[in-house]
Design a protein around this ligand. Structure first.
Ligand code: SF4
Length: 304
């Protein structure tokens, strides 16, 4: 199931790209700005600002939707929602207050769309990037997409946290041109407090990718109260530097300061938001990270 297909993307690998966002993630980072990509199944988003006064259409024959006061918000019993009840409500809603996230497509259907922009990829040095969620939650789909991309001569990249068993990854090591890998922290306990994941699994996979000669680029999200301190950033940069020293590669490290663009989506999904409500604005910390990377022989790239 995919969340979205984004054409003409320029921040998810080189050149102009189409990004395929697959649904489902094994980490659930607290700062995630794409909460609609966490679950592998269909999600329902409700925006009460678009709800029409006096309307009751979604509540008809659908007990999961209740509107006691005709001008108030619709109450959604999310625990009892099934896919068909979600579709029923979204179809009934005339204003777009209810929308769905998730579409089941075959790899061939996805690639049909991706290949529409092949000429742009060739001219710009771009291609396809598979993102998520965590793409390797759909390992067969990833393999299939990459095989078609390879057959068509389209450059491929993946954005992954690598929090999956190695046997999910290994079959595509030779099919992928670029691995955009998150380096979020170096402390396993802190990592576990802020995500649902085991850092050791990720580090093992990074190492294995190095041993297989994979073309890796590290990306560091900088998150308030999680890793926005100099010692932690220095340790992350050091790890990236050691990887490149040992296994070779681009030597690039990308810094992604925390933003809150996706915060409102938590509300639309009926979820609590448990991270900072302001974007990270610490120019001195970013300057430190850039300098530290330079000192370690890395090329630092700051992503807005
Ligand atoms: S159908 Fe849409 S506009 Fe009407 S009450 Fe339900 S959510 Fe609001």
């Amino acid at each position: 199931m995919i969340c979205n297909l984004q054409r003409y993307a320029t921040h998810d690998g080189p050149g102009i790209r189409t990004v395929v966002f697959l649904k489902g993630c094994s980490l659930s980072c607290r700062w995630c700005q794409n909460p609609e990509s966490r679950s592998r199944s269909l999600d329902l988003l409700y925006d009460e600002r678009l709800c029409i006064s006096g309307c009751q259409r979604c509540t008809k024959n659908n007990d999961c939707f209740q509107r006691k006061d005709s001008t108030g918000a619709v109450l959604i019993v999310r625990e009892q929602l099934t896919e068909s009840l979600m579709r029923q409500a979204a179809d009934a809603c005339p204003s777009g207050a209810i929308s769905l996230c998730g579409e089941s497509l075959q790899a061939e259907q996805i690639m049909q769309q991706v290949l529409r922009d092949k000429a742009f990829y060739q001219r710009s040095g771009g291609g396809m990037t598979i993102s998520g969620g965590e793409p390797f939650m759909h390992r067969k789909m990833v393999q299939h997409l990459l095989q078609i991309a390879r057959d068509e001569g389209v450059h491929s990249a993946v954005e992954s946290c690598l929090h999956v068993p190695w046997n999910y990854i290994e079959p595509v090591v030779d099919l992928l041109d670029l691995w955009l890998i998150d380096l979020k922290h170096v402390d396993a306990e802190k990592f576990l407090q802020w995500t649902d994941g085991q850092l050791s699994l990720i580090q093992q996979n990074i190492r294995r990718l190095g041993e297989h000669g994979a073309n890796v680029v590290f990306r560091v999200p900088i998150i308030p109260d999680f890793n926005d301190d100099e010692p932690t950033l220095a340790a992350i940069i050091q790890q990236a530097s050691e990887h490149y020293r040992q296994f070779g590669g681009s030597g690039e490290i990308h810094f992604l300061p925390y933003h809150t663009y996706g915060m409102h989506k938590y509300h639309l999904l009926g979820l609590d938001y448990n991270c900072a409500r302001q974007p990270l604005e610490r120019p001195e910390l970013l300057a430190f990270a850039e300098q530290q990377a330079k000192d370690c022989g890395l090329t630092a790239i700051l992503r807005g």
